[in-house]
Design a protein around this ligand. Sequence first.
Ligand code: ATP
Ligand code: MG
Length: 325
Amino acid sequence: MTRLSGITPSGPAHAGNYLGAIRQWAREGGAGDLYFVSDLHAMTTPYHPQKLRARTRELLAVLIAAGIEPDTVFVQSDLMPQLGPLTWVLECACAFGEAARMTQFKEKSADRTHEGTPVRVGLFTYPVLMAADILLQGADEIPVGDDQAQHVELARVLARRFNSTYGEAFVVPRAVMPRAAARIRDLADPTRKMAKSSSDAAGTLLVLDDPDLLRRKIKRAVTDSLGRLEYRPVEQPGLANLLEILATCQGKSPREVAAGYSSYGEVKDAVAEAVVEEFRPLRERTHDLLSDPAELDRVRAQGGARAMERGAHRLTTVLRLSGVG
Ligand code: ATP
Ligand code: MG
């Protein structure tokens, strides 16, 4: 059984990425699972090439520093020689109307239009690239939130269509709900989720922030003026978010955590210490990895080579059945 999960280097990794995803991958990942840095997906909206390269490296280092088995990690663009042809084959199996139905494309292209920047064709076709990511590796299960479920459905449709039209080549993948993990919200605006592409640096706890900066951001977190120390996500979203972060770090429920404190200040101090301690080893290991570029390159090359080995036979079959190559 192979589970496949990716993370896009659209910005630096934050507490939500770590507590909501990366930490789970490190703790629960099985031997057959695969994790990748989806740098090609970051090209679908305006970006800086040097920043993309640096963030890709940094994110790779974070995944390994978090304890994910290095052999199971790769960088998406290292698979370009296989993903390029497979994406083309799948684009030729995908109806225009199917791609045009993707909700995320509608939303993200509306954002671009709003900002006055052109909508890239890559933004339109990237769900097909995502299908190639999944189908190349023969992944069975894709843990995704609601926002990506439609893309996994497209991968299923394309796999079945190819298999029935040209011959059996693909495993038909399934979207699975990720195990319940905290949904961390922005500290400065707790109505929004913490996100890499968020512009609000003050509300985003980065895993590589130094301890003082983490403490300052947490001290300034928006709460409320009710003064009630209870876990009430709707009425007190800022406090609830802090309690959830603390609960996730301590492996408890937010309600249990709330019972242990009597002021918002105490909660913030406790969150600050928990987050600093949670991130300290991760930050140190990430810096160690980044300070030895040759070793990181070696690990990266090995992960890429393993993923390419997995995909080679399937791609050859697909091209043969397609009548090309
Ligand atoms: P972007 O703003 O570019 O969408 P992101 O921060 O939302 O970036 P993704 O690359 O979309 O990050 O998601 C990577 C993983 O991190 C996914 O498994 C996603 O569910 C998880 N994740 C992202 N944000 C949060 C959050 N605030 N709380 C918990 N998990 C999160
Ligand atoms: Mg996201």
